[in-house]
Write a protein that binds this ligand. Structure first.
Ligand code: HAM
Length: 422
C-alpha cells in the first residue's frame, strides 16, 4: 500500500465534528452583516501581486515574507508569478469598489464578506497558512461615529458567539499630516537603543518604524519608554480619536487605549484596534483587528476617500469558544426517520421528504435492522428525535420519540415540526 498524502502544513480540514460550531459562527457573521446594513461582496481568491504590494506596502510581512505566489501554467513566462493568493480582503474589496464604479453610488458603501485568506507564515497554534476571515468595510465615511459602530459590531459578534471577556485595544496612529513627525520620533528613540533591538526590529526600524512597536521580542522596558502616537497627533486626528473614545464610552463598549496597536499592514491611518480575550496578548492571539485606511482608495487609483473595517478570524473565534467551554450548535435538531417494516422504505422516504419540506434536518434509515438498533444508531449520529413510521398506524400518524428523554407518543405527521421546535 502506498503512503497516504497528507494536507499541506498550516492547513486544516474542517471535519463533521467541527461543522456545527463553524456553521454557527458563520451564521452569526452573516446575520450581523445584514442587521448592521452591510451588503455582500465576493472578490477572487487571487489577485495581481501589484495590488498587494501597492495596497499593503512592500515592507509589510504579508507582502515581504508571507506571499503565496500563483503561477499560471498555461501562460508565457512573463505571465507566471504574476498573482498571489489573497493574504487579506481589504485591498481586493477596494479594487472592486473602484473597478465597478461603486464610488459614484449614493452613500458610504458598507460591504462584507467571509472567506479563506492565505499567508505563508510559520504555522503554530492559532496561526495557519489558510484561515477564514469575516470582513466588513465601510468606504466613504470619515467617522468617528462609524469607527465606534464597527468596534461595537466586533464586540457583538464575540458576545453572540459566546466568547466572553473580550476587550478591544484601540489606538490612533495619525495621518499623513502627523505620522511623519511620529515616525521621526520613533527613529530617534529606537535608533539610540539599536543594540537592544532584534535583527527583525532593526530591519523594521529602517522600513516601517511603527512596526518596531509590535515586534514580538521587543524589550518591554524599551517599549514602555517609546514615544506614544497619541502624543504626536495633529489637532484633527486628536479630535477624531477623542470622539471615537467618547462614543465607545457612551455605548459601554469594553476597550482600552494601547499605543502598541500599530497593525501590520501599511494602509492604516488614525483609528486602529484589535480584539483579544483579556490578558491574552501576542500576535497569534488576536481574535480580530482593523482600523481606518483613509489613504488606501487614493493609493489604488481612486480619489481621496476614507475607509474603515475589520477582519475577524473565524478559526480563532471557534478555538476561543471551545477553550471557554462554549458549545455552538447550528440549525434545527437532527431527526432520524426509522421503521420496522422493511417493505415500507418508500413510506420512510416519503415521511422524510415531508419533514424536509418543512425545513427540518432529517436522516432516513433505510436498513432492515431491528428498530432498537436503528434507534441506537440514530442517537449515535446525534439525532435528538426519531420519527417511527409504521404502515399499521392510522393514516398520517407516526410515533415521535425523544431520544434524550426516551419518551414517545403517537402524533400526526403534520404536528411533528411544531412538536420538536417547542
Ligand atoms: P489582520 O489583523 O491581518 O487584519 O487579520 C485579521 C484577523 O485575522 C486577525 O486578528 C486574526 O484573528 C486572523 N488571522 C490573521 N492571520 C491569521 C493566521 N495566519 N491564522 C489564523 N488567523 C489569522 C486584516 O487582515 C485587515 N484586512 C483587517 C481590516 C479590514 N482592516 C480594515 N479592514
Amino acid at each position: 500500500m502506498s503512503r497516504p498524502v497528507s494536507a499541506p502544513r498550516g492547513t486544516r480540514d474542517l471535519l463533521p465534528k467541527d461543522g456545527p460550531a463553524w456553521s454557527r459562527v458563520e451564521e452569526i457573521a452573516r446575520d450581523l452583516s445584514s442587521r448592521y446594513g452591510f451588503d455582500r461582496i465576493e472578490t477572487p481568491l487571487f489577485e495581481r501581486i501589484e495590488l498587494f504590494s501597492r495596497g499593503l506596502g512592500e515592507s509589510s510581512d504579508a507582502v515581504e515574507k508571507e506571499m503565496f505566489r500563483v503561477s499560471g501554467a498555461a501562460g508565457g513566462v512573463e505571465e507566471q508569478s504574476e498573482w498571489a493568493l489573497r493574504p487579506e480582503p481589504t485591498v481586493g474589496i477596494v479594487r472592486a469598489y473602484l473597478e465597478h464604479g461603486m464610488h459614484v453610488l449614493p452613500g458610504p458603501q458598507r460591504l462584507w464578506m467571509i472567506g479563506p485568506m492565505f499567508r505563508y507564515d510559520r504555522p503554530q497554534a492559532g496561526r495557519f497558512r489558510q484561515f477564514v476571515q469575516w470582513d466588513v468595510e465601510v468606504i466613504g465615511d470619515p467617522g468617528p461615529m462609524v469607527d465606534a459602530e464597527i468596534i461595537e459590531l466586533g464586540h457583538r459578534f464575540y458576545a453572540e458567539a459566546g466568547v466572553t471577556d473580550v476587550i478591544a485595544y484601540v489606538n490612533s496612529i495619525g495621518d499623513a499630516t502627523c505620522r511623519p513627525g511620529y515616525r521621526a520620533a520613533l527613529i530617534e528613540y529606537f535608533g539610540a537603543h539599536e543594540a537592544r533591538l532584534t535583527d527583525d526590529s532593526r530591519r523594521r526600524l529602517r522600513v516601517n518604524p511603527l512596526r518596531v512597536l509590535d515586534g514580538k521580542d521587543l524589550d518591554p522596558e524599551l517599549a514602555a519608554g517609546a514615544p506614544r502616537s497619541a502624543d504626536h497627533l495633529c489637532d484633527a486626528c486628536r479630535a477624531h480619536f477623542a470622539a471615537v473614545q467618547a462614543l465607545l464610552d457612551d455605548l459601554g463598549v469594553r476597550y482600552e487605549v494601547d499605543n502598541r496597536i500599530v497593525r501590520g499592514l501599511d494602509y492604516y491611518t488614525r483609528t486602529t484596534f484589535e480584539f483579544f480575550v483579556a490578558g491574552r496578548r501576542g500576535q497569534q492571539q488576536a481574535l480580530g483587528g482593523g482600523g481606518r485606511y483613509d489613504g488606501l482608495v487614493e493609493l489604488l487609483g481612486g480619489s481621496s476617500t476614507p475607509g474603515i473595517g475589520f477582519g475577524i478570524g473565524i478559526d480563532r473565534t471557534v478555538l476561543a469558544a471551545a477553550e471557554q467551554g462554549v458549545t455552538l450548535t447550528a440549525g434545527t435538531p437532527l431527526i432520524a426517520v426509522v421503521g420496522a417494516d422493511t417493505d415500507a422504505l418508500a413510506f420512510r422516504l416519503k415521511v422524510a421528504a415531508i419533514l424536509r419540506e418543512e425545513g427540518l434536518r432529517v436522516r432516513v434509515d433505510g436498513s432492515s435492522r431491528k428498530l432498537g438498533r436503528q434507534l441506537e444508531s440514530a442517537a449515535k449520529l446525534g439525532a435528538r428525535f426519531a420519527v417511527l413510521v409504521d404502515p399499521l398506524l392510522a393514516d398520517g400518524i407516526v410515533i415521535l420519540r425523544d431520544l434524550e428523554a426516551s419518551e414517545q407518543r403517537e402524533i400526526r405527521l403534520d404536528e411533528v415540526p411544531g412538536a420538536i421546535t417547542m
